[in-house]
Write a protein that binds this ligand. Sequence first.
Ligand code: GDP
Ligand code: MG
Length: 135
Amino acid sequence: MAVERTLSIIKPDAVAKNVIGEIVSRFEKADLKIVAMQMKQLSKQDAEGFYAEHKERPFFADLVAFMTSGPVVVQVLEGENAIALNRELMGTTNPKEAAEGTIRRDFAESIDANAVHGSDSASSAEREIAYFFGA
Ligand code: GDP
Ligand code: MG
């Protein structure tokens, strides 16, 4: 397995719940290193550009409204198999279906306010890291 980098976002619901530290701690315990980190209030344009792949989905406007509803923590995680490992730690998109012990199961309320984002492939990781942190 190769050392990879992936983009993680702690979403506004989790920041509001005061669980930034608990979520970051799960990454660290899984041997993912935080190699970049920034707290940020996303603009509408930031959120629309980031989620451009979902532009045509019926929930796009709600997703952008949610992602701009409060500050987020954007970070780059690095480690062996980081992209898939982060997705595993996160759990499924709908927290009600997420496995026990996953971040979404433990900290998220609903399919829209679901605590974290994680890149889903090597190509999206590359695009998403560059989107927030440049080259
Ligand atoms: P992810 O990769 O697991 O985050 O899921 P997707 O890439 O499919 O969706 C991106 C984000 O859009 C999700 O994390 C949710 O915040 C949001 N989302 C997905 N499906 C729905 C939905 O049916 N309704 C709403 N309101 N938001 C959704
Ligand atoms: Mg996704």
